[in-house]
Design a protein around this ligand. Sequence first.
Ligand code: ZN
Ligand code: ZN
Length: 474
Amino acid sequence: MPAPTTGKFHAFARGPGRGTGRIARSLGKPARAVPWYPLGSEERRPYASPGAPGGSDAAHGLCPRPAGHRVEEARRHVPGGLAGRDRVRPQRVRDRPGAGPDPGWPPRRGPHRGPGIAAVQRVQRLYEARGIRARELTHMRAAFYQGARTFTTGEMATPTPGPQEALLRVRRVGICGTDLHIFQGHLDHRVPKGGVIGHETFGEIVEAPGASGFTRGDRVVVEPVVFCGSCRACRMGASYLCYQLKVLGVDLPGGMREYWAVNTTRLLRVPDSITDEHAALIEPLAVAVHDVARADVKRGDAVLIFGGGPIGTLIALVARHRGARVAVVEVNPFRLDILKAFGLERVGPGTDVVAWAEQWTDGTGVDVAFEVTGNPAAARAVADVVRVWGTVSIVAIHAEPVPVNLYQMFARELVMHGSRLYARADWEEAIRLVASGAVPVAPLVSRRIPLESLQRGMEEALGGGPVMKVLVEV
Ligand SMILES: [Zn+2]
Ligand SMILES: [Zn+2]
C-alpha cells in the first residue's frame, strides 16, 4: 500500500493551477489508498497496465487521485470558489517523507494552518443541501472478489478516465455462468483477490473525450474484450479470441461498481427504446447471436439445445427468430416454466433425449445441437441426436475433459465446433433484436439485487432452484 501522503503528493505535483483535489482535501477526506490486489501478485501486471482500459483504475490503487469531474462539478456551486485566505497553501517540501532537510523554501511563516474553517463549513453545507456526502466526492461503492465463495462490498477511489476513456455511471450488471465459475474459485489464475468482476454491464456516460462521439448522458453497453489487433486471431477477424485476450470483469477490472473508466472503442450506444433492465441482457444475447450464426442455423432447421439457462434460452429465441424449429432440454422446473412462457418446446426430466430427438425429426436427427449445460451427461449425448452432416456446437465451459461419442462424429460425418464470445457485429445485431422486440428478453430476469447483496445473489444462483438471470442494480 502506498504511504497515506501519496494522494497529497500527487495533487501537489500536478501544481496549484490544476488542484482539483483541493476541495476534497479541505473537507478532510484525502483520497485513501485501496488494497486493490496484493502487491507482488502474479496478477498485478494486467491490472496495472497503464495502456489498457481499466489501467487508470489500477493506477488508482497505487496512486489514488480525487475524482476530478465530481469535484469540478461541485466547485461550480461554491460561490466565489475557494479564494484568498481559504486557498490551500502548497506544502513545504520537507513535509514530504524522505524529502531530506528543509531547503529553506518556501520561507517559513509559522505552523501550517490548512484551509479556513469557514470555507470547509460552507462547502459542506452546500453539499449536504444537495444530498452529497463529502466522501462521495472521491470514493464509490464496489464489490470485491476475496477468494473462493467470498465477495465483499466496500469503497474504492473513483477512477479518473484516461485520454481514450469514458467515465460510466454503471446502472445494471448481470450475473452469469462465468461469474459463478469465478465465485467458486475456478478462475483464480485470472481474477486476483480484491479484483472487481462484472462483464454484463449497462451504464450512462458521465464524461467522454470530445472526439469519441459519446457525450454525457449517453446510454451504453460495454463489449468487455481487450485484444492486441495484430496476432493471428486478430488478423483473421477473431479479435475476441486474441492470443493476448483480456476480458474486462475477469482478467481486468469489471463493472461491479458505481463508476467505471472504459476505453470508448469498447462502448455501444443503447437506444432509448430499450429499458435499463433489458440493456443488461444485450451481452448474453450477443453471445447467443454469435452461437446461432456460427452454427449456421437456417430457416426450417430442427435445433435442439441442451440447457435452458439464460444463454440456452436466448439461443433458442434467436434460432426461432431465424425460422428454426426449436426445443430445449432442461430439468429445473422454474426454468421449464419460463421456457413455457416463451412458447418454446421443452424436453423435461426423465425423457430419453436421443429417442425424443429421433421421433421429433422422423428418425433422422436434428440439424444443430447446442451443448450449453456444462454437464458431462449432456456432452455424452449431444453427438447422438444430430443428423448426417449435422452440427454440434459446444457453448458451455467444460473445465475437465469429458467423454464424447466420437464414433457418431465419424459415422455421421458431424461437424463439432466451440463457440465462445462475440464479434462487434453480434453486439449490433443483439441491440437490434432487443430494440425491435424480435427477441423478448424481459421474462429472463428472475431477480434484482443491490450491489451489497452480491454474495447472497451468487450463492442463490449457484444453488440452482428458482433462478434465471440475476441483475445487480448498482
Ligand atoms: Zn457472461
Ligand atoms: Zn490479438
